[in-house]
Design a protein around this ligand. Structure first.
Ligand SMILES: [Mg+2]
Length: 179
């Protein structure tokens, strides 16, 4: 088997690509982070596969339905498609934090799924998120990591530091492209 050669960026969803509405359950309430479209377009145009990896414990809590989650992700796909951006995979983990499910970040199940299903070379890939649990997952998977610290970031998690910290998605894309 050929070694994987494709490079990817794995994005957290809430407070990374869209504003965290806390257990968002309605596609009409999606609001994108500043620079989301142009930043992802630049990455796509430079040969990166794009993934979303999202913890969605609201499903297990009964606050978000799988049907609505699918509608939310379909709406995001449709909005990004207007800019010719297609996600290679949109993965979510519906389980509670206490589950310590292998897919739930900081575990790396969703990243490994991207690697396995799409031949992604994790050493040449990135994880971007607003929480240190995103960063920890990225580091465990052998990716480089970028912590997004915006006006919306509220979490004070403990965990390993990111390789880079940025205040917006535009800087995120610039770092990846020059690295
Ligand atoms: Mg987040």
């Amino acid at each position: 088997m050929m070694p994987p050669t494709k490079k990817a960026v794995f994005f957290d969803r809430d407070d990374t690509l869209i504003i965290d509405k806390v257990y968002l359950n309605d596609p009409k309430l999606i609001e994108y982070m500043p620079h989301a479209f142009e930043s992802l377009k630049t990455l796509k145009d430079n040969g990166f596969d794009l993934f979303i990896i999202s913890n969605q414990s609201g499903v297990a809590r009964g606050l978000v339905t799988v049907e609505n989650l699918d509608l939310i992700h379909a709406k995001m796909e449709e909005d990004f498609a207007k800019y010719n951006i297609k996600f290679t995979g949109i993965y979510y983990c519906p389980y509670l934090p206490e589950s310590n499910h292998p897919d739930r970040k900081p575990n790396i199940g969703m990243i490994l799924r991207g690697e396995r299903e799409h031949g992604i070379d994790l050493k040449n890939s990135w994880v971007v998120g607003d929480r240190l649990t995103d960063i920890e997952a990225g580091r465990r998977a052998g990716c480089r990591t970028i912590l997004l610290k915006t006006q919306y970031s509220r979490h004070k998690d403990q965990g390993p530091q990111a390789h880079y910290e940025v205040s917006n998605l535009k800087s995120m894309a610039e770092i990846i492209l020059r690295s």
